[in-house]
Design a protein around this ligand. Sequence first.
Ligand code: SAM
Ligand code: MD0
Ligand code: SF4
Length: 357
Amino acid sequence: MKQVMSKLDGILEKATMEVPLGREELLFLLGLSEQEDLIKVFKTARFLRTRYFKDKVFIYGFVYFSTYCRNECSFCLYRKSNLSLARYRKTDSEIMETAMSLVKSGVHLLDLTMGEDPFYYDNPKLGFDNLIKIVKLIKTRSDIPIMISMGVIPEDILKDFKDAGVDWYATYQETHAQDLFHNLRLGQNFAERMERKKLARKMGFLIEEGLLTGVGDTDEDLVDSLEEMKTLEADQLRVMSFVPQKNTPMQKFPSVPRQREMLIIAVMRIVFPDRLIPASLDVDGLNGLAERLNAGANVVTSVIPPQSGLAGVSNQSLDIKDGNRTVSKILPVLEQCGLIRASREEYAEWILHHKIR
Ligand code: SAM
Ligand code: MD0
Ligand code: SF4
């Protein structure tokens, strides 16, 4: 006798056929908590990932070259008024050395990241000059794709980075609920941050948008964010769990189970089956990698060379010095998950295909 299909199975069947899901269906997925239901959602997410990416995974190197920042984000260790922290600003040659060692280790992309460091931002035309030179130098020494995550960069500087050969612009909104945004990114301009991403896309950058979860975000907020990400046509989408930071306003903020991040990764994959979705080593280190890949992620981010003296963002030191955030430690985890590292050519092809739009 034919069994009546459960609501979940019906939604997942639609997802498999890539019929767009409605708001109510997305809320239903985000509301799931039973283990057997989650397993089904993750399975669908992996099925869709395989359709577009086979078993291939991309790996990104992370170069957090300055931890100075003029901003006061309530969730971030590196907020300006946190004086309990020893900061660094790496020299040009230190940045080059780290960048080239990451290239050698086999990553597919370099993510050049900093706080909104006043050294650069106070006089942008002069300040950013050396970073633009560094980008050009990296590009002459290798053909590695480059992402910049340096905050809300002035428009003319963004154009200079584009001309220097930068491929990706990443700036995470964290949430698209404006009230929550203003509680997280204190004193910052919601619209300006969104508009700069849209402008970057028009300039020909690939765009990464990102969410923080466990910061008071509701399921409704998340569905709104998925819609915004669709409008933005972001090429890469991420979610990271909030990690409480000592000496910051959100130090004691009540924590949310990690399962929520995994479910959001899977729902992102269902809504955007052909996009890049990171599994960040920055949240739970190497131990948290397999569960993120099994939820449907297809990029491993935040690879950091052990000897570089560089930090992570959500976890300043986790897994860095012991060499756990390296390509050679990631490869066996990929294998356990039935995945393999893509070739450099495969990543270049993906980029090329998505830049022509
Ligand atoms: N300063 C630039 C900016 O904020 O756009 C570039 C750095 S950006 C890559 C830092 C990102 O790390 C934030 O957008 C946020 O998503 C994430 N992050 C920062 N602190 C975090 C924390 N405590 N827990 C989890 N994620 C965090
Ligand atoms: C990461 N720690 O990939 C990095 C960072 C910035 N574009 C990325 C949050 O997890
Ligand atoms: Fe600065 Fe970025 Fe941290 Fe905000 S998230 S305080 S902008 S480094």
